[in-house]
Design a binder for this molecule. Structure first.
Ligand SMILES: Nc1ncnc2c1ncn2[C@@H]1O[C@H](COP(=O)(O)OS(=O)(=O)O)[C@@H](OP(=O)(O)O)[C@H]1O
Length: 370
């Protein structure tokens, strides 16, 4: 059009070359106008991109989370949930949405989400069923967890919070970051240290009959140290007088009421959720429902996710259609316990009874360890 208009005003004596140059110039000017009116991303959308908002996420690139339309969430949040849920021993989880660290990086360098300090920590107790709770809750799409025990608040505190944060998986703003280190529950400094990180941290304690827990603990140590003294030798200062050795860690850990007192100096009871290690085995979905409620999560992990594996003798996660990997916890979870004579067990029950009663009163729940 611009060309035709220009041609009508060019005098007949003009040189043919001059006409060609003017025509090319006008075409170039038209192109510049077109580009100014329709920026590149609009052109890409019109060229068939079904999710224009998603395109903007890519272009902006920065660390902030961008409000996405539902269609975008469908595309970018598409997570291989069944596949990732199968990885019981790894936290190398695929990202669930687009979230990049640097503006417009090349595709190969895209990183998803940000590493955040945990919002919730499974702080104990050792041999209570902490691994089961973590592996079951992390199949929830709004939870990401560090795969290994960090021991930050007990053994690695000097390394600093940035070191700790570096151990966490990348998450979206909407996702919870979790870790589990069972020794935290009995480490004196831990409540104060977690509170210094964030007073809002939610705490989960998986508790189990302290006598069974002690035997489980001993069974584990014995598997690594075959020449260990007998359970009775370690558990009692004087068995005939019924004097229990509270300096032995396997006994000390079971004094839940005493440890809890230390936590309640820094956290309100409402911020601590207690999972029954026994019910976790008989009714994992029920316990997980309560964990999800406590964490403010939608109840997504339900009985549909579990089946009872008769060979293992424990609940396991159902195999997703897309994966053939094993869904039960490892061999060190659910071991056959060392046989302990009935008298020793009765003596330990008597010993723990007042502590258990005190614990039930403190938490407002009777765990029925008799
Ligand atoms: N689903 C399922 N599968 C296997 N094991 C299960 C499960 N649910 C709870 N448990 C119990 O978890 C106990 C181990 O507890 P932890 O994971 O806290 O142990 S550890 O402190 O991390 O070593 C482990 O203790 P032991 O039976 O003494 O081995 C189990 O009783």
């Amino acid at each position: 059009m611009a060309c035709v208009l220009l041609f009508s005003r060019i005098p007949p004596f003009s040189h043919r070359l001059t006409r060609t140059s003017i025509c090319l110039l006008s075409m170039f000017l038209s192109y510049l106008c077109y580009c100014a009116l329709f920026p590149a991303d609009t052109i890409m959308q019109k060229a068939g991109d079904p999710t224009p908002g998603c395109q903007r996420v890519l272009a902006d690139g920065a660390k902030r989370r961008i409000q996405k339309p539902a269609s975008c969430a469908l595309q970018l949040d598409a997570r291989p949930s069944s596949v990732e849920a199968s990885r019981l021993k790894s936290d190398q989880r695929p990202p669930s949405t687009l979230h990049v660290d640097t503006p417009s990086p090349p595709m190969g360098n895209l990183k998803f989400g940000n590493k955040k300090l945990p919002n919730a920590i499974i702080v104990g107790v050792k041999k209570g069923g902490t691994r089961a709770v973590l592996e079951f809750i992390r199949i929830h799409p709004d939870v990401r967890a560090a795969g290994t025990e960090t021991h930050f608040f007990d053994r690695n505190y000097d390394r600093g919070l940035e070191w700790y944060r570096g151990l966490m998986p990348r998450t979206l703003e909407s996702q919870l970051t979790m870790e589990k280190t069972p020794s935290y529950f009995v480490t004196k400094e831990t409540p104060q240290r977690i509170s210094a990180m964030s007073r809002d941290t939610k705490l989960i304690v998986v508790v189990r009959d302290p006598v069974t827990r002690a035997i489980s603990d001993y069974t584990q140590t014995l598997s690594k140290t075959p020449d260990l003294p007998s359970f009775q030798d370690l558990a009692f200062r004087n068995q005939s007088l019924g004097i229990v050795d509270v300096s032995w860690n396997a006994i000390r850990i079971g004094l839940y009421a005493l440890h809890l007192e230390n936590w309640l100096r820094f956290f309100p009871l409402a911020q601590i959720h207690f999972v029954s290690g026994e019910r976790l085995i008989t009714d994992p979905a029920g316990e997980l429902a309560r964990v999800q409620d406590f964490l403010g999560l939608k109840r997504i992990v339900t009985d549909k996710h579990f089946y009872f594996n008769r060979t293992k003798g424990f609940p396991c996660l159902k195999k997703p259609e897309s994966s053939g990997s094993p869904r039960c916890l490892g061999k060190s979870k659910g071991r056959t316990h060392v046989q302990i004579d009935r008298d020793a067990i009765e003596q330990l029950r008597d010993f723990y009874r007042p502590y258990n009663v005190k614990f039930y009163e403190m938490v407002g729940h009777d765990f029925k360890w008799e």
